[in-house]
Design a protein around this ligand. Structure first.
Ligand code: NAD
Ligand code: UD1
Length: 353
């Protein structure tokens, strides 16, 4: 495409589904700071509009929100007719593994059928640049690490299968209609928060994931961490993962957005650091960053867990010119700033000064 057309498209608004959530809000901030106009579509089933008010405060630019569902075809058609949308970052979805085992149809309806509705509306409106939030969970139990994008896939739970199905749907769509430009981003373990301490991860109820749980123990909301297994075949016996700072992840989306604006076709990349850390290494890093003890007890392994998982991040560098920059110290410092200034998350909060 010619330079003029590219420049015109670069000014078109980015529709961010699920943009009020954890990763979405950090990415909206990065987009605004890079000069992209955004429009957020979120049904607020797992988020608060307060996150976007704080994003606006940091960026000094508007982050408009449409409260609505990606499965609402009439709403989408109307939104696409009213706004000049050039591309979509699609974060909206349900993400709790245990809940997906208990209520699989909710996951297939929201994540798979919902994405189908969204894609159909976008296609009709002529919006064919699309970046999807996939997950390292599509690899299931890895045969070897690090995980390259061509590694065997085979998720082990309905949540993971919903991500895998959307990946296949997107590949089939890009093959059938070559003017689509599709980026599939497989995140490893997003943690941390923006350095302002104003936005961060705010899970409802008992956190499923390690770092929000650790942060709540450090701040005194919970007594101790249960470490899921101390007999894994790893250096210290606890599970090893590739933790990636959410601000690095947000930058990865900007790079993917540039790519879908420049090239048609589909690509799949891992977004990880390429390094694995154990549960105990993360606990100790958090204790150093917060200056607080994080008491823990080794308990039974969690059903469906794996020993270790980290990314081969080379393709993201080759294709997108992106690599993760922030280490676990920054992840823990930033998570602690957010947690200690907002001990109850966004609920009932007035933004700290
Ligand atoms: P999140 O729950 O904070 O954000 C998801 C957002 O989507 C929420 O704001 C929610 O209200 C919204 N949403 C859900 N269903 C919707 C619907 N039908 N219509 C409109 N909005 C809807 O989760 P997150 O951690 O920010 O994750 C964002 C995406 O990244 C998800 O698709 C998730 O599966 C994927 N992902 C997350 C992780 C992780 O560890 N956080 C890892 C890999 C992939
Ligand atoms: C989990 C999901 C995965 C999802 C990913 C997103 C499961 C089985 N898998 O993966 O589908 O893509 O989150 O980030 O839920 N741990 C504890 N105690 C806790 C919580 C976790 O010891 O209270 C351990 C886990 O056993 C694991 C590590 O901490 O070794 C990380 O756990 P978690 O944050 O839940 O991420 P994943 O297991 O990688």
């Amino acid at each position: 495409m010619g330079d003029g057309r590219q420049a015109a498209q670069a000014r078109a608004t980015v529709l961010v589904t699920g943009g009020a959530g954890y990763i979405g809000s950090h990415t909206v901030l990065a987009l605004l700071q890079a000069g992209w106009p955004v429009l957020v579509l979120d049904n607020l089933c797992n988020a608060s509009a307060e996150s976007l008010r704080r994003v606006e405060r940091i960026a000094g630019r508007p982050a408009p929100l449409v409260v609505g569902d990606i499965r609402d075809e009439a709403l989408l058609d109307d939104l696409l007719a009213r706004h000049q949308i050039g591309s979509v970052l699609h974060f909206a979805g349900l993400k709790a593994v245990g809940e997906s085992v208990a209520r699989p149809l909710d996951y297939y309806a929201n994540n798979v059928a919902g994405t189908g509705v969204l894609l159909r509306c976008l296609g009709r409106a002529g919006v064919r640049r699309f970046v999807f939030s996939s997950s390292a969970t599509v690899y299931g139990d890895p045969e070897t690490v690090p995980l390259h994008e061509e590694a065997r896939t085979g998720p082990t739970n309905p949540y993971g299968r919903s991500k895998w199905m959307v990946e296949m749907m997107l590949e089939d769509l890009a093959a059938a209609e070559p003017d689509w430009a599709v980026g599939i981003l497989r995140y490893f373990n997003p943690v941390g928060a923006h350095e302002s301490g104003l936005i961060g991860e705010d899970p409802a109820g008992i956190p499923n994931n390690l770092m929000p749980f650790v942060a709540q123990v450090a701040v005194g909301r919970r007594e101790h961490l249960g470490v899921f297994g101390g007999d894994w075949p790893t250096a210290d016996g606890t599970g090893v993962r590739d933790y990636i700072h959410v601000v690095d992840l947000a930058r990865g989306h900007l790079a993917a957005l540039e790519r879908v604006h420049a090239h048609a076709g589909a690509f799949t990349v891992n977004l990880g650091t390429g390094k694995g850390f154990s549960v105990l290494e993360m606990v100790h890093a958090f204790e150093r960053a917060s200056g607080r003890p994080v008491p823990y007890r080794v308990v039974e392994r969690r059903a469906g867990d794996i020993a270790e998982c980290w990314a081969d991040p080379r393709r993201a560098l080759e294709l997108l010119g992106w690599r993760a920059e922030l280490g676990i110290e920054r992840m823990c410092e930033d998570a602690w700033r957010w947690q200690s200034r907002n001990p109850d998350g966004y609920r009932g909060a007035t933004a700290p000064g």
